[in-house]
Design a protein around this ligand. Structure first.
Ligand SMILES: NC(=O)C1=CN([C@@H]2O[C@H](COP(=O)(O)OP(=O)(O)OC[C@H]3O[C@@H](n4cnc5c(N)ncnc54)[C@H](OP(=O)(O)O)[C@@H]3O)[C@@H](O)[C@H]2O)[C@@H](O)CC1
Ligand SMILES: Nc1ncnc2c1ncn2[C@@H]1O[C@H](COP(=O)(O)OP(=O)(O)O)[C@@H](O)[C@H]1O
Ligand SMILES: [K+]
Length: 528
């Protein structure tokens, strides 16, 4: 599990650590670790002298970058060209002195600045020089903003970022500048790093929807006591703000049957999906549930899709009966015409499942049947909207979200998923290239974010597969957060495994699941 701590928790842990250490020690640890990564990224070709350019902001993030350049000069036994481009009128004076001592060239890009933004900027010689250096740099260090940064960048920095050559390896110091360190705001101006070197622990920006801006992540141990499980630090222990389940977690979470198990003890999943109009969705959800290893799958639906499921999935049984969890809603028409008896009966079946005390996964049309929290307060609920469905749900139920649209959900996915989780007292799995699993805020549980699927997985029916997969895990007894995040991981990896690097159809994702699960379980056995 990759765990990330909030900026406030990191700052508190830094203070605790600093109280025990000599002045400046934490920054020295951070900068030394950073310099080691930079040294490892220098080009092998020794015919030209490597050039490292650091963009340096006015805070401690800039201090890290300056000290890293200073250490780099010592660390690499060969001659290097080192340039620090100052982007702020504030300076980290100690870092600057250290860089000067190490003969780092200092370029003050703020001198002779512009009036009225980049277009009107009269370029100073210093800025010209910085732009030229960035164009040919082998490695660029982004030390503009760290965890003290707000989303967005000054025009000067944007101009400098645009000058970075296509071949440069961009390393973000702690976090990519301009990107929200808490990962709440997705998109907007900011650095796209090839690699991020962070200190002490991961931050939310590294695991949430902003993770794609960070590239490969290295965590340098600087001795923070976040989340460490040792008795003397119990007062210092905090819960992570965000988590990501990774391949090595699958064995611990996946419900592997034992010799005493039978089809009932493994969990029966009931699927109330589709209707005479949307006949394919049930087939995909039922197939995924069977392929995920449900003890049994019951399908509840009208004759059309029932016939299809009978023909294609002989393992499924038909009609209502005892189940351990329900999947409600893929391909379900929540508002059939008054003359559509089959459609009305299907809505009735869906409502019965929602009114039960059983765990329920609620997807697509099922979401349109919700008017508030499910009646059985203790019933575990996993809602699985995509951004458009979440916007529609909140716009309907939350007066403060009236007019909410998909675009706003995409920019602030956590805010809106949290809101729905709070309002409906359910865990919300928000689907997308990053899939968020957001428990009700009152639970105090960390948000999870998975980004395991290739973009090819964004295909019609793929969400129906995810519903069957996650529903099976609910029926096996997993809580909604584990069921949702594990299902998202396996769904994404199966989409890759089914056809690495190429298109994949939803049914193939489902059919790949047995082999993907076996592979991930075997991997854990090898690692363990
Ligand atoms: N503490 C420690 O022991 C250790 C800390 N470490 C390092 O320190 C980093 C945190 O340093 P930090 O707190 O100085 O904040 P940092 O991000 O460098 O600067 C923020 C300043 O920039 C400004 N600003 C904000 N947003 C802006 C924007 N969009 N556009 C323009 N300006 C903006 C804002 O100023 P304001 O505008 O609010 O006056 C703010 O003061 C951390 O990430 C890690 O690298 C490591 O060495 C390990 C030990
Ligand atoms: N760009 C993307 N990269 C990876 N996965 C994606 C992307 N876009 C969508 N997905 C995944 O594809 C699935 C689509 O689900 P959904 O929108 O409900 O489709 P449908 O209702 O047609 O089944 C979700 O699991 C989602 O996370
Ligand atoms: K940075």
């Amino acid at each position: 599990m990759i765990q990330a701590w909030s900026v406030d928790d990191v700052r508190a842990a830094e203070e605790r650590a600093m109280a025990q250490l000599p002045d400046g020690e934490l920054m020295q640890r951070a900068a030394t670790g950073l310099a080691q990564v930079v040294a490892a990224r220098l080009p092998d070709d020794t015919s030209t002298q490597p050039l490292v350019v650091a963009l340096v902001g006015g805070g401690n993030n800039g201090g890290d970058a300056l000290w890293a350049l200073a250490h780099l000069a010592d660390l690499v036994g060969e001659p290097l060209d080192l340039v620090a481009v100052l982007t702020s009128e504030h300076r980290h004076e100690e870092g600057l002195r250290a860089a000067r001592r190490a003969e780092v060239e200092i370029v003050d890009a703020t001198r002779g600045g512009s009036k009225g933004g980049s277009k009107a900027r009269r370029r100073s010689k210093a800025l010209d020089h910085a732009v030229e250096a960035l164009a040919v740099a082998d490695v660029v260090l982004d030390g503009v903003l760290g965890i003290g940064g707000r989303p967005g960048l000054p025009d000067l920095v944007t101009e400098l970022l645009e000058a970075i050559g296509a071949d440069a390896h961009v390393i973000a110091v702690d976090v990519p500048s301009g990107v929200d360190p808490m990962g709440e705001i997705v998109g907007g101006a900011g650095v796209f790093a090839d690699e991020t070197v962070t200190f002490g622990c991961a931050k939310p920006v590294h695991v949430l929807g902003t993770a794609s801006r960070c590239g490969m992540l290295t965590v340098v141990d600087i001795g923070l006591d976040l989340g460490r499980d040792h008795a003397s630090a119990s007062a210092a222990r905090t819960a992570p703000a965000a988590e990501r389940v990774d391949h090595d977690d699958v064995a611990a979470l996946w419900p592997v049957p034992g010799p005493e198990d039978d089809k009932y003890s493994r969990g029966v999943v009931g699927v109330v999906a589709g209707g005479e109009v949307y006949t394919g969705a049930p087939l995909l959800s039922v197939t995924a549930a069977v392929c995920a290893g449900a003890g049994m799958v019951r399908y509840v639906g009208p004759p059309g899709p029932t016939q299809l499921v009978r023909a294609e999935v002989p393992e499924a049984v038909h009609g209502t009966g005892r189940v351990q969890a329900w999947v409600v809603g893929p391909g379900l028409d929540a508002h059939p015409h008054s003359w559509d008896q089959l459609g009305l009966a299907q809505v009735e079946a869906a409502r019965r499942a929602l009114d039960s005390e059983l765990p329920c996964l609620v997807d697509a049309g099922g979401l349109d049947l919700l008017d508030g929290p499910r009646t059985h307060a203790g019933a575990r609920t996993l809602l699985t909207p995509h951004a458009g469905e979440l916007a529609r749900l909140l716009a309907r139920l939350d007066p403060e979200a009236s007019g909410l649209d998909r675009e706003r959900v995409v920019v602030e996915p956590l805010r809106w998923a949290r809101r729905a989780a709070d309002l409906l007292r359910a865990t919300v799995l928000l689907k997308g290239s990053t899939t968020y699993v957001v428990p009700p805020p009152a639970s105090g549980l960390a948000v999870r974010a998975q980004a395991d699927a290739p973009a090819w997985a964004g295909t019609a029916g793929s969400g129906d597969v995810l519903a069957g997969l996650a529903g099976t895990l609910l029926a096996a007894g997993l809580d909604p957060v584990d069921a949702g995040s594990l299902a998202a991981l396996v769904h994404g990896v199966a989409a890759h495994d089914a056809n690495p690097g190429g298109p994949v159809r939803a049914l193939e994702i489902a059919q790949q699941v047995p082999r993907t699960v076996a592979r991930l379980l075997a991997r854990a056995a090898e690692v363990g």
